[in-house]
Design a protein around this ligand. Sequence first.
Ligand code: ZN
Length: 186
Amino acid sequence: MAIQPIRLFGDPVLVTPATEVVDFDKELRQLVSDLTETMQAAPGAGLAAPQIGVPLRVFVWDIDDELGHLINPSLDLSDEIQDGDEGCLSFPNLSYNTPRAFRAVAKGFNMHGDPVTVEGTELLARCLQHETDHLNGVLFIDRMTAEERKTAMKEIRESEWFGLATENGAKPTFKVSPHTTFGLGL
Ligand code: ZN
């Protein structure tokens, strides 16, 4: 177990709410390790367990040279909003302006079952919101205005990865994102 294929938009696991972690065991620690390795290889700034096909409430991040992980998170958000481009490793090569709360406080657990609180602004706040959304089966295109979403969906349908995925009728997966500099991969 190590780097896992990243599930792409179109895979049902990405729109299915994930379940709470109950056992803080060796398998959970392996999952955190796999998520971290897969995120770093992509490379990306964040990755949630459903993105590697595991429907559990776990995500990891790598922001400002700090690795983190959170299990069973709940979020408290500021009223203040930030704009900015956001990408997603499940939508290779695409990024869109996505409004998010400027500050987020996430409460949850680390992989040993200890309660932890993570507080972030700007990029970390954006990541905490993006990854928690993944655990609820919500994708960043769901956070766009109807008009922006329409434009995004057109580009997604025209993208090479989406075409290949639907043509083969297989589960769309990418071993490693081929273009790594475009937008923020979360
Ligand atoms: Zn994402």
